[in-house]
Write a protein that binds this ligand. Structure first.
Ligand SMILES: N[C@@H](CCC(=O)N[C@@H](CS)C(=O)NCC(=O)O)C(=O)O
Length: 316
């Protein structure tokens, strides 16, 4: 699969790079500026840009669990009108993510490019790196503000609060330590853990990932004695887990061989996923067709025929 090298698209890198032991290696996101209410720096001194209705645009894939986080927070904060979205087509081919073509690509009304890598090349003409969704795009300065979903959801949580966002704080100060701790384990073993199992190229790497994944799902099921993972209120810890849970039975269980148990075998986790899916606007962010089409048709190393399975029935 491809990446940009010195601003030029190349297509000779593997879909999922692994280390010498067959462990999947996820690359760091490259654009890390921060959207704030007034353009003040981000929480760790990142370059700030001011929130405004109609200035920013979100590029996503409906298939991607990382991009999906940003859509959920956008819906919960009521940002649909002030932060429009463009969706790439679900199949990642020789040109990576594309706007045009088969399977429902919608074109790119903002920059008129055909492929996401062209947007990255506009933003960083000499850039070397992966071309990923989500992308938070600044239409005024025609550049990428940030392409790291965990940071974009933090920005959307507060940045638009003075220009009409719906009230709601999914990263409250008093719960941050606990949210961070849950996020850390969930990211390593669940969100990224399913990829580590699915993209492993040795039995040992797969075994390690799949057992760590199910140990964490068991742990999450045990700690979910109330409605939410942290502090008896909906937080980003729930949202970050949700997008992996939605994809679990339709994709990760089969395609990524995460098949010790299914989501529906975890009553509390299943109920959590259904609870979040029932929140206003969230059901509209779930597109199971695009999810299944993306994974089963894009990863030819894992599924060479590209056949998309019919089932299973899922509760979303
Ligand atoms: N750390 C990034 C990861 C984003 C990511 O890996 N997105 C995938 C889609 S699910 C992607 O665009 N991959 C393209 C590629 O690897 O070439 C984030 O959370 O935003």
């Amino acid at each position: 699969m491809g990446m940009l090298q010195n601003g030029v698209w190349t297509n000779d890198t593997p879909v999922a790079p692994t280390d010498a032991s067959g462990n999947f290696q996820r690359a760091e996101s490259g654009f890390r500026d921060w959207l704030t209410r007034d353009g003040a720096p981000g929480p760790d001194g990142q370059t700030g840009v001011p929130a405004a209705a109609d200035r920013y645009h979100l590029y996503v894939s409906l298939a991607c669990p990382w991009a999906h986080r940003t859509l959920v927070v956008r819906a919960l904060k009521g940002l649909e009108a002030m932060l429009p979205v463009t969706v790439v087509g679900p199949v990642m081919g020789a040109q990576g993510w594309s706007f045009a073509g088969a399977f429902g690509g919608t074109g790119d009304p903002v920059n008129g490019v055909d492929h996401l890598h062209q947007l990255y090349a506009m933003a960083g003409p000499d850039m070397t790196g992966k071309v990923t969704v989500p992308v938070l795009w600044d239409m005024q300065e025609r550049r990428i503000v940030n392409n790291e979903s965990s940071e974009i959801i933090r920005m959307l949580n507060t940045a638009f609060d003075d220009v009409g966002a719906r009230p709601g704080d999914f990263y409250p100060a008093e719960l941050r330590d606990e949210i961070d701790a849950v996020n850390e384990r969930v990211y390593a073993t669940v969100n990224n853990g399913v990829y580590r199992a699915g993209f492993a190229t040795t039995q040992g790497a797969y075994d390690e990932a799949v057992h760590a994944l199910f140990a964490s799902l068991d742990w999450l099921e045990d700690r979910l004695t109330g409605e939410w993972l942290v502090g008896e209120r909906l937080t980003e810890a729930d949202i970050r887990l949700f997008t992996t849970l939605v994809r679990f039975d339709p994709v990760y269980h089969g395609h990524f061989k995460c098949n010790i148990r299914r989501l529906v075998d975890y009553p509390r986790l299943r109920a959590l996923a259904e609870r979040i899916a029932a929140l206003p606007g969230v059901a509209d962010t779930i597109d199971l067709d695009q999810i299944k089409t993306h994974y089963y048709r894009s990863h030819k190393d894992i599924n060479p025929t590209g056949i998309v399975p019919a089932g299973p029935a899922v509760p979303f």
